[in-house]
Design a protein around this ligand. Structure first.
Ligand code: ZN
Length: 272
């Protein structure tokens, strides 16, 4: 058995086209009603990876379409597996960067050009940020703040690593209870969540919402959904990922052959 990082275990999922998946199974012991198909399939795929990795490779990974989301600078690069849990590279948190919105909007060709450009200018991010910003502007004609490159932390911002499985379970149950109460807390909450609870991501989407029958304006609905996503859905999703990991494979220990099928290679630092 060899080891991978939490970030890399999730990157396996980011390469799969979730729309094409159709996994059956239980997300949690108690029913959760506010997940859409994409969220549900993503959670079930992660659960399968940890619970039954061989089946994951056969039934999910090899059958699914592998895609580039064009969201990150380092995507489609080979991630590593490690011989020991002490490997310094395993503990160093993988550091990725977001593709800025203005670049992404110009299409995949520009994203690829930005990625190549970024790799040769990355060192400027350590102490020469102004030079970096100037060069982006010269090369791509965009004014960019460095902060835009930092991946958004999973909202909820709770460090879950120190919780035991039991603690995690009780926190998930508690938050699910709060989410149920919130649904009935006011007629506004019920009206909006009934129609858009599963689609709460629309709050953060640049797209317009359609067929709004809630009795509240589109703008009000969006603001509400953004808040709901941040207060309930994202924290619950983040806790469920942790829950699966702690329950089924807390060390993220997997077989070499299996990881090579998933596109991993041996870490140069601990294998040689
Ligand atoms: Zn290593």
């Amino acid at each position: 058995m060899v080891f991978i990082t939490v970030a890399n275990s999730k990157r396996i999922l980011s390469k799969i086209d979730l729309k094409k998946l159709n996994l059956a199974g239980k997300i949690y012991d108690s029913p959760i009603y506010f997940f859409n198909k994409r969220e549900e399939q993503s959670l079930l795929a992660y659960k399968e990876l940890l619970m039954n990795p061989e089946r994951f490779v056969k039934e999910v990974y090899q059958k699914a379409e592998i895609r580039d989301s064009y969201m990150y600078v380092y995507e489609g690069e080979t991630p590593c597996y490690h011989k020991t849990k002490d490997c310094e590279r395993l503990t160093a948190e993988f550091c990725n960067f977001l593709i800025p919105k203005e670049i992404k909007e110009r299409g995949t060709g520009t994203v690829r050009r930005f990625r190549a450009w970024f790799k040769s200018n990355r060192s400027l991010l350590e102490g020469k940020e102004e030079v970096f910003e100037m060069r982006v502007s010269a090369a791509f004609g965009v004014r960019l703040r460095i902060e835009e490159l930092a991946p958004r932390k999973n909202s909820g911002v709770i460090a879950m690593n120190n919780w035991s499985l039991e603690e995690l379970e009780s926190r998930i149950s508690e938050m699910l209870k709060q989410a149920r109460q919130y649904y009935y807390q006011s007629s506004k909450n019920t009206a909006i969540l009934k129609q858009y609870g599963k689609l709460a991501y629309l709050g953060n989407s640049p797209n317009q919402i359609i067929n709004n029958r809630t009795g509240y304006s589109d703008a009000e609905v969006k603001t509400f959904l953004r808040d709901y996503e941040e207060k309930f859905k994202q924290p619950i999703i983040a806790m469920l990922y942790d829950y699966y990991r702690m329950k089924f494979n807390p060390e993220l220990a997997l077989g070499v052959k299996l990881l090579e099928q998933l596109g991993f290679r041996a870490c140069h630092s601990c294998f040689f």
